[in-house]
Design a binder for this molecule. Structure first.
Ligand SMILES: [Zn+2]
Length: 481
């Protein structure tokens, strides 16, 4: 057998189905063997993982690294350093940067920028909006997928009307790429926020009052209908409520290609935390009542929700601590704290570590066409690995985050379970809780290895293109849905 570059010796290797004591041999960035220590080839380097868990690196399909456009909040180097510390080996970055990632030129420039700075592998979303439809076929060639904002959030990307959304789904369906949805209905939120302001409500809970769960229920239901009609593949981002699980379950049951994710803050924080955290907890969709937690956990367990992601959305402390809740920027960092927070729940017995890697690595790899190249520890896969000490206890401390924006709602929280080393394609990007600075620029866009099933567009005789001969024209900006 040829010499390996690195062997991770005698750790507890985790898959969605099993935990086995095994060594992992790596050569040229790929895993070449998983098995008994005695069966391993010779190696140039090795790391002792006895007593540690060896996980496929997390694939976080929802981060905002603010680059280009908001260098005081985050950039691709700091964001991916945070990922490395969090055991996250692939990130998908959202398009609400400046300029928004809506044309092939802008996407190409952002790919170049990210490749020059990234410590981990990445994919970039392209914006699916009223003014970008004509670019969709070209964008599809190098984006990991599309993002459509059914509701406004940070960056104030205009929300397409239902008419535009239908045409957007028609065009995207022809590419086979998945569309990630900010599934909150804008017109409901806008009206309620205006009325709340008029009524003098600017307290933290006014944010929740402006976005009750019906905004998500309505948006998920409508998106599922349009996806079913067009054959578009959709992914519901940041599921926050028990109520939106019903339209998600029903759509899955009738065969819509729909997947879903939730984030740690929707199962670990609640309305009980608003008074203590004020603007720091402001995020879209909002953190909701504690009664939502168990149904969301259950939905992960039964497969209704597929993925744990983070919606890593950093802002500077002064942007998170304004008095008027509607002036506070929405979101907070999460890519570095997701794994320790979830491993704490594993330690508490809420679910198994096998479940965790299903939601954090295997499922996102499958959904986004990266499996089995990523999301699994087996021969042939990229050596994207988090070596974790499940017994290590410590306290989350904002000041020690890699992110440029050092303010989160999890500051001071006790956790148990810590990534010690993170490898991306066989190379340590974080080792012994220390960043490997030379890996800046090591990250590569994963669109090149993405393999999706063939597109399955529906009702193709009734699309905008079929009835008019053209598609994706900017056209009239209609009234919002
Ligand atoms: Zn987001």
């Amino acid at each position: 057998m040829v010499t390996a570059d690195l062997i991770i010796r005698s750790g507890l290797v985790v898959s969605p189905d099993s935990v086995i004591e095994a060594s992992v041999a790596i050569r040229d960035g790929r895993i070449v063997a998983v098995g008994d220590e005695a069966a391993m080839p010779a190696a140039k380097e090795s790391v002792d993982a006895r007593g540690l868990h060896v996980l496929p690196g997390a694939i976080d399909d929802h981060v905002h690294f603010r680059d280009p456009g908001y260098p005081h909040k985050e950039d691709f180097a700091s964001g991916t350093a945070a990922a490395a510390f969090g055991g996250v080996t692939t990130v998908f970055d959202m398009p609400n940067t400046i300029p928004p990632t809506g044309t092939p030129d802008i996407l190409a420039a952002k790919l170049d920028m990210a490749a020059g700075k990234s410590h981990v592998d990445f994919g970039l979303y392209a914006l699916l909006g009223e003014d970008t439809l004509a670019h969709v076929p070209e964008l599809a060639k190098s984006a990991i997928g599309f993002k459509l904002y059914m509701g406004n959030t940070f960056g104030k990307i205009p929300s397409p009307s239902t008419g535009v959304t239908l045409e957007a789904f028609e065009i995207a369906a022809g590419t086979g790429k998945r569309i990630s949805l900010h599934a909150e209905t804008n017109s409901i939120m806008e009206r309620r926020e205006t009325r709340l302001r008029q009524a003098g409500r600017t307290d933290p809970l006014a944010h929740l009052a402006s976005r009750p769960a019906v905004v998500a229920v309505e948006a998920v239901s409508r998106a599922a209908i349009l996806a079913e009609w067009t054959g578009a593949r959709i992914h519901v981002l940041h599921i926050s409520s028990s109520e939106e699980l019903r339209p998600l379950r029903e759509a899955k049951a009738r065969g819509v290609d729909i997947t879903g994710e939730t984030c740690p803050h929707y199962v670990l924080l609640s309305t009980d935390d608003y008074a203590r955290l004020a603007g720091v907890i402001r995020v879209n969709p909002p953190v909701r009542e504690a009664y939502n937690h168990q149904p969301i956990w259950n939905a992960l367990a039964d497969g209704t929700i597929d993925v744990i992601a983070t919606d890593h959305a950093p802002h500077a402390p002064e942007e998170k601590t304004r008095n008027d809740i509607f002036d506070v920027d929405c979101g907070f960092p999460g890519v570095e704290t997701q794994m320790p927070l979830m491993l704490t729940e594993v330690n508490a017995g809420r679910f198994s570590i096998c479940d965790y890697v299903r939601w954090s690595a295997a499922n996102p790899a499958m959904i986004w066409g990266l499996y089995p190249r990523k999301g699994v520890i087996q021969a042939g896969a990229d050596a994207d690995i988090a070596v974790v000490d499940l017994g290590r206890e410590w306290t989350l401390d904002d000041a020690r985050l890699q992110s440029l924006s050092k303010i989160t709602p999890f500051h001071g929280r006790r956790v148990k379970g810590l990534p010690l080393h993170t490898l991306v394609r066989g190379r340590f990007v974080m080792k012994d809780r220390t960043l490997v600075p030379a890996t800046r620029g090591w990250g590569r866009s994963v669109h090149a290895i993405q393999q999706l099933p063939p597109p399955r567009p529906q009702n193709i005789d009734r699309t905008m293109k079929a009835i008019t001969g053209t598609a994706g024209l900017p056209g009239m900006r209609g009234a919002a849905a």
